[in-house]
Ligand binder design. Sequence first.
Ligand code: ZN
Ligand code: ZN
Length: 383
Amino acid sequence: MKALIYNGPCDVSVQDVPEARIQMPTDVLVKITSTNICGSDLHMYEGRTSLEKGRIIGHENLGEVVAIGKAVTKVKIGDRVCLPFNVGCGFCDSCDQGKPNLCLTNNPAGAGAAYGYADAGPWQGGQAEFLQVPFGDFNCLILPEDAQEKENDYVMLADIWPTGHHAVVLSGLQPGESIVIYGAGPVGLMAAYSATLMGADQVFVVDEHPDRLKLAEQIGAIPIDFSKVVPPEVVNAMTGGNGADRGCECVGWQCHDPGHHHKSNERPELTLNNLVRSVKSGGGLGVVGLYESSDPNGDDELAKKGQIKFDMGLFFQKALTMGSGQANVKKYNRSLMRLINAGKAKPSFVVSHELPLSEAPNAYKHFDNRDEGWTKVILKPQT
Ligand code: ZN
Ligand code: ZN
């Protein structure tokens, strides 16, 4: 089958690899019809993680079930399914407690597993024609009758919408509160979208890319261009001098000063410290941007060890709370699916490109450069 392979920093290619197949009786085999390129993939693409050469990337996957193992009872051949990026088992301590994002079964290196992802177990990614899905009954979200018609919406349930939603939930947002979101990449835009659906009165979105800020504005958020203004000053001025009630970090440790993104202008502490300055005393922060426990190829001496210069003093003085970590997709994907099914949400507004798998290497280049107009790419491996 054809699949997108990681060859080394900034080098991916579509290659013929052995076909994905059922290996365990609990496996499901999915013919992938939509698979997104994610901002998290870019950390791996740039060689800033320990991803092994030769791995298939891709953790935002949707497709049609074409084979099931003998022990699969719920999922049927022909079902349209969206796969949470977390690979859970359903029976470990974490899964038992409703936290399959910290599954203890599927990653020999630690808690939490994912498809085609650094340090997240042996699972291949879905930027390919087929994907082996372990513990299929547990991991497949079976989609309703409008699955094909709304495929570009439903595929956002694999990661970015639940992740953006999780950031807002972690922040503790209540209806009628204000929230500032750093990062207008796909996850930041989804956080802004969820905050709006959850009844926030003011939603601020901070970024420097005009195309992304425009999308934020389209869904009713207040765009803040950090290449032109100092974001905490603007947020404080627009919230009576106090700061927003809540804040979300949707950038991660590769955040940087304004201007073209390069290792040399990365400041891993930048958005977290801006959040501390933008959120009012007693407020809450939700951090879903990726922070790695090591970054051997980074320039920042602290970040190489997974550390940052965090404003702990001000954070403590303001009595802020912070929730962090990768989203537990299964906690949210079913209810968010219902909003799409009911016609009350259309998260595909972030999509800028639908491309065949053969175009993936080119798409990675554009998305990694944050080229104007490349906000979210869906790959269609069957076209
Ligand atoms: Zn993702
Ligand atoms: Zn588990």
